[in-house]
Design a protein around this ligand. Sequence first.
Ligand SMILES: [Zn+2]
Length: 140
Amino acid sequence: MRGENTQRMVLLETLRLAVPMHMAELRPLEPSHRAEIASRCATVIGSHGDALQFGGKHCREAFNALARGLAAAALTVPGGVDFLGAHWCTDPWCRAKNRFDHADDEPPTTTQQTDIPAQRPFEDVIRDLADYLNTTGDAA
Ligand SMILES: [Zn+2]
């Protein structure tokens, strides 16, 4: 049991170093590209994830996929990601314990009820959409 805890602690501490490094590299990318990277990393972890626990020739590949996948997801998923009790999100100085803490961090978008526009009639929205499609449809 002690070995498992040590292994878990080493994994967590190395991720605390590696994930922000991958985040710095992935931050400039488009969200769709980051989501694609997260998906690819999940595939690698799916096939070689056991190497993280038991070692072997795919250990480094699995660790890099885990760190990079967490980084890509942290920058893409609202609220970020949590793993082994650690939390990563778009805010490098975030002090939240986990992604669920972010619900309370969101500042109110308005303090006045009057700032919220009244719901528009359905016909108006459809007409505007039709106008938009008519003016942009030919150009495309
Ligand atoms: Zn956060």
